[in-house]
Write a protein that binds this ligand. Structure first.
Ligand SMILES: C[S@@+](CC[C@H](N)C(=O)[O-])C[C@H]1O[C@@H](n2cnc3c(N)ncnc32)[C@H](O)[C@@H]1O
Length: 341
């Protein structure tokens, strides 16, 4: 009996923590949007100083930072004075793979979409489309500021670790389709000094990728192509990459992308698909597999897929399997390597 009530107490505390977790995420959003972590980059500052520079109400900001300090997100160093912790340091915009714009995207478009998750669960349709009146990527197309936030948020993505297990020696030109902000292309071009790169992306991502490639001294070895993979894909590559692209889309749209990639490839060229693979349908979900899939459902028309599901799509689009390098650990991407059949 005593054990049951201890367990019950733990369950209640755990649930109460979960129910308030969106408050905490929105607090991270608020400080990120105000630029507070950047203002604390050189050390502790007083709330009044932070409020003045960021345009916040001093007493409200004091209560926000005090609340966040109570759960380890800031450190109080003197009365009304705070410093970053290692967690909120990741919200500075000048750290590698900064999470600042991810916090902004999560706190605005993603948060508002999840507020209407019931619509998605009742209809199967993305809540995003109902809330914003159009699909996610169409909305980005008409909103340069949000598209820029999204492109920078994608910069937070680490390059898939399985990239290191892919042998790209002998590849003269690699085409990264939907290559985001250029992180993967920059890493490949650095590893293979004789290779050239092409990145196909929407305009704001092309801008972010251009900046990244200039910073890394690689701009002269890459062509950035503004366009849509639903219209076509640059030809002439020895290897093609689709990293975390297909899970954004329905099977029908993923097939359209794959067919454009296949049409651009000469026989023998290889395609590297990087995606998280979910366990077989109806098996126990592992910790990593469930929530990103849910994000794809609420925001987009996509979903995470099993290995078998990807292989079926790839075969139907005219590819033959070479190998699958499985990712290790939570949220790890696997690499599915196929050749143009
Ligand atoms: C989830 S992100 C992955 C980005 C990158 N490959 C990575 O691994 O970080 C999907 C990318 O697809 C791009 N995208 C969406 N629709 C597109 C289209 N019609 N044509 C080209 N790129 C598109 C987005 O801009 C976004 O950068």
């Amino acid at each position: 009996m005593a054990e049951t009530s201890v367990a019950g107490g733990f369950a209640r505390r755990k649930l109460l923590g979960i129910l308030s977790s969106s408050w905490v995420a929105q607090c991270c959003y608020a400080v990120a949007k105000l630029g507070v972590p950047d203002l604390l980059a050189d050390g502790p500052r007083s709330v009044d100083e932070l409020a003045e520079v960021s345009g916040a109400d001093p007493d409200a900001l004091a209560r926000l930072l005090r609340g966040m300090a109570s759960i380890g997100l800031f450190r109080r160093t003197a009365p009304r004075t705070y410093a970053l912790t290692s967690v909120t340091d990741c919200l500075r915009s000048d750290v590698p793979h900064s999470l600042r714009q991810m916090a902004v995207l999560d706190g605005e478009e993603v948060f508002r979409s999840f507020a209407d998750i019931l619509h998605t669960v009742r209809t199967g349709a993305p809540a995003f489309d109902m809330v914003y009146g159009e699909p996610f990527y169409d909305y980005l197309n008409g909103n340069h500021a949000v598209a820029a936030t999204f492109a920078d948020a994608m910069n937070a993505n680490q390059v898939p670790k399985t990239l290191a297990s892919c042998d790209l020696s002998g590849v003269g030109t690699l085409v990264d389709v939907g290559g985001g902000s250029g992180g993967l292309l920059a890493e490949v071009l650095t590893t293979y000094p004789l290779m050239r790169g092409v990145l196909l992306e929407l305009p704001e991502a092309v801008r972010a990728a251009g900046k990244k490639l200039v910073e890394d001294g690689l701009a002269g070895r890459a062509d950035l192509v503004e366009g849509s993979f639903f219209d076509g894909v640059p030809s002439g590559g020895d290897a093609y990459v689709l990293a975390r692209v297909l899970h954004n889309w329905s099977d029908e749209k993923a097939m359209r992308i794959l067919r454009h990639v296949r049409a651009a490839m000469r026989p023998g060229a290889r395609l590297f698909v990087f995606e998280q693979l979910v366990p077989e349908e109806d098996s126990d979900p592992d910790a990593a597999s469930g929530m990103v899939d849910l994000l794809m459902l609420v925001l987009l028309e996509g979903h995470d897929r099993t290995e078998e599901h990807y292989l079926r799509l790839l075969t139907d689009a005219g590819f033959a399997l070479e190998t699958v390098n499985h990712g290790n650990g939570p949220n790890a991407d696997s690499a599915i390597v196929v050749v143009a059949a």
